[in-house]
Design a protein around this ligand. Structure first.
Ligand SMILES: Cc1ncc(COP(=O)(O)O)c(C=O)c1O
Length: 347
């Protein structure tokens, strides 16, 4: 290790994940590519066959434009008047659900809210009016439950959007609806393009195992054993003495913590890999360190590599596992890694 903690981003995995997804593909690279580093990911997504890139904010579009000069960019989020100008200067398309944006921006994708209840308009007449506009180049919606197979809202949203597209009746518009889960689950949701985020990073939108969909996790998180000590019975480690040794136990200190985005909710509740074996994190996650129980023997030495996410030997720890332990989703595990962790490109 050259530093206390690093996230390795396998751009070959991003490329292969994109290649496996339906086309045309818009790669969603908002929030610094779900924590993977947009600078590392954008090019790999395009190499894997993505022909559009999507972000949430105007500032993200401006940054992305510096990385990808000629690629169509879609800003999917709500924008203020000033942000609208930034997005337009970046040559990005915008999503519109009001006259104001539809008239101000040269290229808009009209968004019908078919059940997400967040952005887009539920007012069908307004949507039809906007869809007829000269600046309109696309029609879109967003699914709320595509990741819950069997949920009835997904089919209802798809039906409503299909009826809307038919009623608009223009064949010069780019029609798109599917996120990763929809793209993997139902070809009827593909229309003219899919908008995939989580899947391009090799994360499973269904929170199970990405390999079930032929996806490879692109991010692995590495640190190192900085200190090893034996804790005698009754002895404790960390803030609040949240773990107590019942027998003599060797404990390794690993310099990564919630100041890096390795969340305190993982206190006494996750495993790490050292020498290709799982060891439990014990005690409280602190800002800069975690502690790991090695057992009755000093099974690791100062300098050994520690894997918090990813594979080592025959073992692996998926973001889906860490997410389950924190009662969240894999999206938040990678997106939550903070800038203190350098992203390093590997292939
Ligand atoms: C409008 C929209 N489309 C597509 C996506 C991509 O979703 P996913 O990462 O589940 O593929 C997002 C992400 O949240 C989104 O907000």
């Amino acid at each position: 290790m050259t530093e206390r903690a690093v996230a390795r981003i396998d751009v070959g995995a991003v490329e292969r994940n994109c290649a496996r997804l339906p086309k045309p593909l818009c790669a969603v690279v908002k929030a610094d590519a779900y924590g993977h580093g947009v600078e590392l990911v954008a090019e790999a997504a395009l190499a894997g066959g993505a022909t559009w890139l999507a972000v949430a904010t105007a500032a993200e579009a401006a940054e992305l434009r510096r990385l990808a000069a000629d690629v169509p960019i879609l800003v999917m989020g709500a924008v203020t008047r000033d942000e609208l100008r930034v997005a337009m200067e970046a040559g990005a398309d915008l999503v519109a659900w009001s006259e104001e944006v539809a008239e101000a921006a040269p290229r808009v994708h009209v968004k019908l809210d078919t059940g997400m209840g967040r952005l887009g308009t539920r007012d069908r007449d307004l949507a039809l009016r906007l869809a007829a506009g000269a600046n309109t180049v696309g029609l879109m919606t967003h699914f709320a439950t595509a990741d819950e197979p069997g949920d009835e809202l997904f089919g209802a949203q798809l039906d409503e959007f299909r009826r809307f597209v038919a009623e608009v009746g223009r064949d010069d518009l780019l029609v798109h609806a599917a996120n990763s889960a929809a793209a993997l689950r139902d070809p009827a949701s593909h229309f003219d393009m899919v908008r995939c985020g989580v899947a391009i990073y090799g994360l499973d939108p269904f929170q199970s195992d990405p390999a079930e969909h032929g996806l490879e996790p692109a991010l692995s998180l590495h640190s190192w054993v900085a200190s090893v000590r034996c804790i005698e019975p009754g002895g404790t480690v960390g803030y609040g003495r949240r773990w107590r040794a019942e027998a003599p136990t060797w404990v390794a200190t690993v310099p990564v913590g919630y100041g890096d985005g390795w969340r305190r909710a993982l206190t006494n509740d996750c495993d790490v890999l050292i020498g290709g074996r799982r060891y439990p994190l014990v005690g409280a996650v602190s800002m800069d360190n975690v502690t790991v129980a090695l057992g009755a023997e000093p099974a690791a030495a100062v300098g050994d590599e520690v894997v918090l996410l990813g594979a080592q030997g025959g073992e692996r720890i998926l973001a889906e596992e860490v997410a389950r332990r924190m009662s969240t989703i894999n999206y938040e595990v990678t997106t939550g890694l903070l800038p203190r962790i350098r992203r390093e490109q590997v292939r």
